[in-house]
Every structure is written in structure tokens, then in C-alpha cells.
Design a protein around this ligand. Structure first.
Ligand code: ES4
Ligand code: ZN
Length: 326
């Protein structure tokens, strides 16, 4: 397939990537060993076999547990560096990275160690690989508004490190409206806003993210198709949707890739792009996601180009930086 060679060579922009979701089983063991922690798994193979999920929650249970091996600033540096070194080989030129501070501060890890390790690696990755980046602070939506507000306070000395705030973890039962106030504070401080919505939750969660949180992008958003008026608005307002095809299959948001609505969303004029979400857990980084949808949905070159360009346009890069990538 000539298009596959094009996909591999294409300079790519990633907009939906949880840095803790790049924790490969080998690294779980490496970090556990150097931090003197014991694991519930006997081997790398046993851990990898546990990467089999029924739904979002069964994934989050494992993800929230394995990130417990990340303890020191050096761990966060190495995690981020390993990710950048890997995707440099996939021709990723710009990446916007989520992190979950509450997954670490709840274990007594200083906020500054997390942010320091990640941002030092991002700066080194820019130097070494020429990969530009933005960092997005995510609130865990299964925790309370008070805990999100406390996290926002802890973030104050580091606001210059963040391009945006985001919202992730268990969607259903934790609607966007719960975080209206903390998002208002973040936007008042000059940050942009994104939120996971319409992955397991219905169209109401997407309406809520737009209206209560003022987001500029929707992460996932695949369930927007259940609401014609919502689709019309997303098209009219050119709201980007950061779709994650392999994630949707592995978390059983869709039955299989062949029934994924990505090409239908493109045809409707939605600003969709292809992303990897938690690549260590879902079987692929951005190139594998592109190759899998190319094959399953029989994408043509124009569709691949649109997906790649949508990501450039939807990024938080400056207008002149976008022009260079186009
Ligand atoms: C996530 Cl796929 C997904 N959905 C919601 N929250 C998340 N955190 C990490 N991956
Ligand atoms: Zn995600």
C-alpha cells in the first residue's frame, strides 16, 4: 500500500496523548525496581496480558494503579523522554500532552516533581528531535470539584508551563457542569480549555463541555453523531474532535474498527483528527492508529491529508507555526 508509506513519512501532530498512557509494561517494571516497589504481576508478559479491557472503567482501574510506579522527577523525565524518542521515529513534529497531577499528588508526589520532569524532557526533546509540544493539565472528573480547585491552586507557580486545562477519567456520572468554576478560573488565567466528552457519555456531555466549560476542542466526541443539532453546531463552529480509533476499539466504545464512524464524521464536515490516547495500553502510537483506520475504513489519500491537516489547524500552535507545518 503506497498510502501506508505516505502515512509513515507524513509529519504528524498528536493532540490526544496521556503521558501516563505511554507507560509500557517494561517501564512499569523498570520504575518499580528502582523505586523499591513490588507489583501485583510476576512478569512483563503477565502485565501485558492484563491489558484487556471491558470498558473505560476497567482500563482506568489498571492505568491508575500502574502509574503508582512513577515517583521521582527523574521518572517523569524518563517517561516523557522515552515517548518523544519513540514518536520521533514516527515523524511526529508536534505533540500536545495530557498529564493527571491528581494521580500523583494523591500519593504524596510533589506537583513540582511531576511538572518539572515532564517539562525538562519536553525541552530536551525539542532540542534533540525538533518536536514542539504543549502541556495540558487534566482534572480527574471522578474526584470532587473541591479537589480540582485544590489542584488548580497547586498549579499556580507553574501556570507558564500549561497551554490548557483538560478533563478526563470516568465520564458517566461526572458531567462537565461539575467543573464550571475551576474552568472559569483557568480561562480567566489565560489558559485554553479542552475536555473528554462523548466517549462513553452521550451528547449532553459534549453540549456541557461547550456551554459550561467553554472548551475549544472535544476529546473523543464520537457520540455526537446521536444528536443532529449538535453535529450542526460542531460543524458550524469548527470545533475539533480528537478521535482515538484504537482506544475506541480496546475500550469497546465501538465493536471494531470497520464500524468506526471516523469516515462518516469526515463526510459530515466535522473537524476530526487521529490520535493515540494511551498507546502503551491500546496497541499503538499515532502511526499505528493511522495505518489501522486506513485499512479498516479504506481511506483514500485526500482523507488522510484532511486528518493530518485538521490536527495542525486544531493545535495550540501560533498561526505562523501552523503555516510552517502546512
Ligand atoms: C483516558 Cl481513554 C480515556 N478516557 C478518559 N480518561 C482517560 N484517561 C486516560 N485515558
Ligand atoms: Zn483520553
Amino acid at each position: 500500500q503506497a498510502l501506508d508509506a505516505f502515512i509513515e513519512a507524513m509529519p504528524k501532530v498528536e493532540l490526544h496523548l496521556h503521558i501516563e498512557g505511554t507507560l509500557e509494561p517494561e517501564s512499569v517494571f523498570r520504575f518499580a525496581r528502582r523505586n523499591g516497589l513490588s507489583l501485583d504481576f510476576d512478569s512483563v508478559e503477565a502485565l501485558r496480558r492484563a491489558y484487556e479491557f471491558q470498558n473505560l472503567q476497567s482500563f482506568l482501574d489498571l492505568y491508575n494503579a500502574t502509574m503508582g510506579v512513577l515517583c521521582t522527577e527523574e521518572d517523569f523525565y524518563d517517561l516523557t523522554w522515552d515517548y518523544l524518542a519513540r514518536v520521533a521515529r514516527q515523524n511526529v513534529v508536534h505533540t500536545e500532552i495530557f498529564f493527571d497531577p491528581q494521580g500523583h499528588t494523591c500519593r504524596g508526589i510533589p506537583f513540582a516533581s511531576v511538572v518539572g520532569g515532564i517539562t525538562r524532557a519536553l525541552a530536551a526533546g525539542q532540542q534533540r528531535f525538533g518536536i514542539s509540544s504543549r502541556l495540558i493539565l487534566c482534572f480527574w472528573r471522578h474526584l470532587s470539584e473541591a479537589e480540582a480547585l485544590a489542584t488548580w491552586e497547586q498549579a499556580q507557580p507553574h501556570l507558564g508551563c500549561f497551554a490548557a486545562v483538560g478533563l478526563d477519567s470516568s465520564e458517566v456520572g461526572n458531567p462537565p457542569e461539575k467543573f464550571r468554576r475551576v474552568y472559569a478560573k483557568a480561562r480567566a488565567a489565560g489558559l485554553k480549555a479542552v475536555a473528554h466528552a462523548g466517549e462513553e457519555g452521550g451528547p449532553d456531555y459534549i453540549w456541557g463541555a461547550l456551554d459550561a466549560l467553554g472548551v475549544e476542542r472535544i476529546d473523543h466526541g464520537v457520540r455526537c453523531l446521536e444528536d443532529g443539532q449538535l453535529v450542526e453546531r460542531l460543524v458550524r463552529e469548527e470545533i475539533p474532535l480528537t478521535v482515538c480509533p484504537l482506544s475506541n476499539v480496546r475500550l469497546r466504545v465501538v465493536k471494531n474498527l470497520g464500524s468506526h464512524s471516523l469516515s462518516r464524521m469526515l463526510a459530515l464536515g466535522l473537524r476530526v483528527c487521529v490520535n493515540s490516547d494511551d498507546p502503551a495500553y491500546f496497541g499503538g502510537y499515532i502511526t499505528e492508529n493511522f495505518l489501522a483506520v486506513r485499512k479498516a475504513l479504506e481511506l483514500v489519500p485526500a482523507q488522510v491529508l484532511t486528518l493530518g491537516r485538521n490536527a495542525i489547524d486544531a493545535s495550540f500552535l501560533d498561526a505562523d507555526e501552523k503555516t510552517v507545518l502546512h
